[in-house]
Design a protein around this ligand. Structure first.
Ligand code: SF4
Length: 360
């Protein structure tokens, strides 16, 4: 399999061109064809000489993601399913307006990006973890989701959240290489402050990312304020319990300027007791973090349920009364299998790539 042209950094492309005896200015032309004009074949790069297109074709595949399906919902949230070169699938969700999420203006478009095929972390409420881990996405597949979503929608993506399939920090090197492509001024040129990485709580990688020079934002999939609740639904907590996680977040705060976000999916009878809200409020205040409350999105094959709206509001009130900025997310895409991993799970099960997941 040839390497993907979309995975080359501008520097690596420049060095390939030099080795191929081509002038340096061709690099900008090629990058413009890929990232600005969003071509889907090397042959479409019409201002390159045929000889250079031939050399490129001998050395690379373009690496553009193949669009499989789109699900759109009434509120125009769209979920794209992409087929990868090895026949696996990943999904990305384009959310047109998300005022409650990260304090961004409501006319901004956010793309939820996947970082792995499947996930090894097995959170009990999550579709992505249901069929286990298949593989990491590489840099071209990570950045390629943004490219493909912009191409399919005809719209510019303003914000990225790495909250799709997979645990982004378990694929940190490829993630950072993908982010480097996404933020490079010669490719997608999206500001690092518009990127949010979400993690279930991989402590060593949080500390490592805290050292990274770009001002990328961090969100923690907390979903439980104490070890006993977190241990029930997130196996990762047994390795890095709440106290260790919050130590790492203190460290993050000492290195970065932006507010952390604590994500909290409200699951009926599991983590929605008001005592959890009070403890969560103490954690959030100490970290000066925002809280996003997300009523659970039902996943086929799993028994978890969302609490009644009135209870979700009561949970939010406890946080607000404690002086914590807490949003109750008006969910987008509730009608389109928007919980991460569901669409891909359906497709791969139908094609017999994976067997139907069992209830656990
Ligand atoms: S919630 Fe995130 S870390 Fe947990 S299984 Fe799902 S994708 Fe993996």
């Amino acid at each position: 399999m040839l390497p993907a042209l979309t995975g080359l950094s501008p520097e690596n492309l420049a060095s390939w061109l030099k080795d191929a005896g081509e002038p340096a200015f061709r690099g900008d032309q090629i990058l413009s064809w890929i990232w600005k004009k969003k071509v889907t074949t090397i042959d479409a790069m019409s201002n390159l000489p045929a000889s250079l297109r031939g050399k490129l074709t001998e050395s690379f595949r373009l690496g553009a993601l193949e669009h499989a399906t789109t699900q759109g919902s009434a509120d125009t949230t769209r979920k794209f399913l992409f087929r990868l070169h090895d026949g696996r699938y990943v999904e990305s969700v384009l959310i047109p307006a998300n005022p409650a999420l990260y304090g961004e203006k409501s006319d901004r478009r956010t793309l939820c990006v996947s970082s792995q095929v499947g996930c090894a972390y097995g959170c009990k409420f999550c579709a992505s973890g249901l069929a286990g881990f298949t593989r990491n996405l590489d840099a071209s597949e990570i950045a390629g989701q943004v490219l493909a979503a912009e191409q399919l929608s005809g719209e510019r993506v303003d914000n990225l959240v790495f909250m799709g399939m997979g645990e982004p920090l378990a694929n940190l090197d490829n993630l950072l290489a993908g982010i480097s492509l996404i933020t490079n001024e010669k490719s997608l040129h999206l500001g690092a402050r518009h990127l949010t990485i979400s993690t279930s709580g991989l402590v060593p990688q949080i500390r490592k990312l805290a050292e990274h020079p770009q001002q990328i934002r961090l969100a923690i999939s907390l979903h439980g304020a104490t070890d006993d609740v977190r241990n029930q639904i997130m196996p990762v907590n047994k390795k890095w319990p709440v106290a260790e996680l919050f130590d790492a977040l203190d460290y993050w705060n000492s290195k970065k300027n932006q507010k952390l976000t604590l994500e909290y999916i409200l699951i009926n009878g599991v983590n929605d007791a008001l005592e959890q809200a009070a403890i969560l409020a103490r954690h959030a205040r100490k970290l000066n973090a925002k809280v996003n409350l997300i009523p659970y999105n039902t996943v086929e094959g799993l028994e978890w349920k969302r609490p009644p709206n009135v209870h979700c509001r009561a949970f939010q009130e406890v946080l607000k009364n404690a002086g914590v900025s807490a949003t109750l997310r008006l969910e987008k895409g509730h009608d389109i299998d928007a919980a991460c991993g569901q669409l891909r799970l359906k497709q791969e099960t139908e094609e017999g790539i994976i067997s139907a997941p069992s209830k656990r």
